[in-house]
Design a binder for this molecule. Structure first.
Ligand SMILES: [Zn+2]
Length: 390
């Protein structure tokens, strides 16, 4: 296995790492330029276009896009027989089109919607491509730098699914997130998401009193879910994140719906929770069928992020750990999370998710990154890419 400490001492690599400190303002400007291009999930085409242009400007000869707007920048290795290394970051943000994307700097903090998650990750991809091309750093394996769609919300990892479909189990995967510096993920949380639609006859609140209400049924459903026992370890959770329904205060609602998010560190616990929720839904349906009151519950799966893991001594995880230590981060934390890395990890493919700097208020308009560790995070990414690509 490549020795990362030796790699970090090579003159060209040392120069690159020093450059990340010296050119930090320029790198931040690139991150803000990415952040200024709106990219709500399912509407990432403009940011994809922008990233493709930036990869070309960096001197990458082969830049392509697939039908989903995943962008692929290929840096050919010297040895075609080596399995490719795929370094990816997601293009999409949770912020709708109309969001004010103004940024502001306050000391070490740079604020802006989506700045950390994941403009910084995308900026890291650009800096990696620029470094490898400009400094002609040699690598044996083909390196694919990928800006992919569909990580957030109901995107359901569709971009990464296509990427993993394309490269398969031969490839090694490094997923880059803007925040999470010093934290590595080789274990993916499983997530199942449901949209439950309740329909009922409804009517006038006074004249039709006694008719079944979709909102009241939804209330029973939430109470039943809230009564479920879930283990603290492996951590397993449920959350009704959105409810909608009804038309007016004096109308018995004829329709209402909720969005439910179920998670677990352990695949079997997630399946157990899913089974319990399905049992609740079925019991409520049967109860109303027996009463013949016109109530109907329909549950639809709107998200399915598979759980999975690779061992901590998997080479790519060892490289990521060693690279963090080489750039001066002695305490490496291993976290279980839900990211694009779920896709390769669920199939047992070699994969790790790493972060570039510290961030806060993720998914909020006052999101920020703390730039202090960004040069080290970029250094870690370069070292991991060079070590894994040989
Ligand atoms: Zn993210």
């Amino acid at each position: 296995m490549t020795n990362i400490t030796e790699l970090a001492q090579q003159p060209a690599v040392r120069a690159a790492l020093a450059d990340y400190h010296a050119r930090l303002d320029d790198i931040l400007a690139q991150i803000v330029a990415i952040q200024q291009v709106p990219a709500p999930t399912f509407d990432e085409a403009r940011r994809a276009e922008y990233m493709a242009a930036q990869f070309r400007a960096a001197g990458v000869a082969e830049v392509s896009r697939d039908g989903l707007h995943n962008v692929f920048a290929r840096l050919p290795g010297r040895d075609a027989s080596r399995p490719p290394l795929v370094v990816s970051a997601h293009l999409d943000t949770v912020f709708p089109e109309a969001t004010d994307l103004t940024t502001r700097r306050d000391g070490a903090r740079l604020y802006g919607p989506g700045i950390g998650d994941n403009s910084t990750g995308l900026g890291g991809l650009l800096v990696l491509a620029q470094t490898l091309v400009k400094r002609r750093l040699p690598h044996a394996a083909d390196l694919y730098i990928v800006a992919n769609v569909g990580e957030e919300g109901l995107g359901d990892l569709r971009g990464m699914r296509a990427v993993v479909e394309r490269f398969g189990g031969r490839a090694v995967y490094v997923v880059v997130e803007g925040g999470l510096f010093g934290q590595l993920t080789h274990q993916a949380i499983g997530v199942r998401r449901y949209r439950v639609e309740v329909t009922a006859p409804g009517g006038h609140s006074w004249g039709g009193f006694g008719a079944a209400s979709a909102i009241h049924v939804l209330g029973h459903l939430i109470t039943a879910i809230d009564g479920l026992e879930v283990p603290a370890t492996p951590k397993t959770t449920y959350n009704v994140g959105i409810i909608e329904g009804g038309t007016s205060i004096n109308t018995i609602a004829n329709a209402a719906r909720l969005w439910l998010d179920l998670r677990s560190e352990a695949p079997d616990e997630l399946e157990r929770l899913v089974g319990q929720v399905q049992g609740i839904l079925q019991a409520i349906n049967e109860e109303h069928e027996a009463a013949d009151d016109g109530v109907r519950l329909v549950a639809e799966v709107v998200g399915n992020r598979p759980a999975g893991a690779v061992a901590r001594d998997t080479p790519i995880v060892v490289h990521a750990d060693a690279a963090l230590r080489a750039v001066g981060c002695p305490d490496v934390h291993y976290i279980v999370s839900s990211t694009d890395a779920n896709v390769p990890l669920s199939r047992g493919y070699e994969a790790v998710c790493l972060g570039l700097t510290h961030s806060g208020n993720s998914h909020r308009p006052d999101e920020y990154i703390d730039i202090t560790h960004l040069p080290d995070g970029l250094g870690q990414l370069l070292l991991v890419a060079l070590a894994a690509a040989g």
